[in-house]
Design a protein around this ligand. Structure first.
Ligand code: ADP
Ligand code: MG
Length: 238
């Protein structure tokens, strides 16, 4: 089964004269073990697609399904639960809470979900170990490098049983070497069976993906086929 499925999805922001059609009829699916990159110019609808996939935004028309569940048919509570338990989100600016330690930041979604503090902490430390940050669980964000903060954010997106990992330019604020390391982590998790959707500007980063979908003005204008490697469509860097 596809972990993520967008069928004929449209998203219009606003009404009347000021309406903006951010997404205009997109079909997209991501299978378990698959990392799909979304590329396209600024304003082409990439973030909107990611927000729709994560249930942070709702389509004006069309259907979004996560693990077969039609998001529009879920109650608010069910949607919130699905988001906390099954969907991980990595933002460009990390979005860590400054007053919480690394381990507390990672444990937060689990605790919000009613898991005991003890068990959440154990899973959080395991998720930190998975991103090579075993020693820094008790540090606060301002005591970490940018790369470490982003790895904490990734640990938070992966902790527990998340099956869909959404990343919106997750390497934006990082130097290229640290950025590659972050993508490698994402790739590793996807290889273990999650589905990943990655928005990126950088064709080298898209090289970590199994497929690349190109957006322009809210529609898919090109896509590599599921069986071909994306390199064929990517411009080599000088
Ligand atoms: P990208 O991530 O590719 O830069 P976005 O998905 O952020 O593109 O935006 C797509 C289009 O929708 C842009 O024209 C943007 O200005 C518009 N848009 C996005 N979010 C909103 C919003 N909340 N209200 C109005 N317009 C929006
Ligand atoms: Mg964006």
């Amino acid at each position: 089964m596809n972990v993520l499925e967008l069928s004929a999805v449209h998203r219009i922001h606003g009404h009347g004269d000021t309406a903006v059609a951010a997404v205009r009829g997109i079909d997209l699916f991501v299978r378990p073990g698959e990392l799909v990159a979304v590329m396209g110019p600024s304003g082409s609808g990439k973030s909107t697609v990611l927000n729709l996939a994560g249930g942070l935004d709702a389509p004006t028309r069309g259907e979004v399904r996560v693990e077969g569940r039609h998001l529009a048919q879920l109650s608010r509570t069910q949607l919130a639960e699905l988001r906390r338990q099954r969907i991980g989100y990595v933002f460009q600016n990390f979005n860590l809470l400054p007053s919480l330690t690394a381990a507390e930041n990672v444990a937060l979604p689990l605790e919000l979900d009613g898991m005991s503090p003890r068990r959440s902490r154990r899973l959080a430390l395991a998720a930190l170990a998975e991103v090579d940050l075993s020693g820094i669980g008790s540090r606060f964000p301002n005591q970490m490098s940018g790369g470490q903060q982003q790895r904490v954010a990734i640990a938070r997106a992966l902790v527990g049983e998340r099956r869909l990992v959404l990343a919106d330019e997750p390497t934006g604020a990082l130097d290229s070497q640290t950025g590659e390391a972050v993508l490698e982590l994402l790739r590793t998790r996807v290889d273990k069976g999650a589905a990943g959707l990655l928005v990126t500007h950088d064709s080298r980063h898209a090289g970590w993906a199994d497929r690349v979908v190109f957006l322009r003005d809210g529609v898919v204008v090109d896509a590599t086929s599921p069986l071909s490697r994306p390199e064929s469509l990517l411009e080599p860097r000088a």
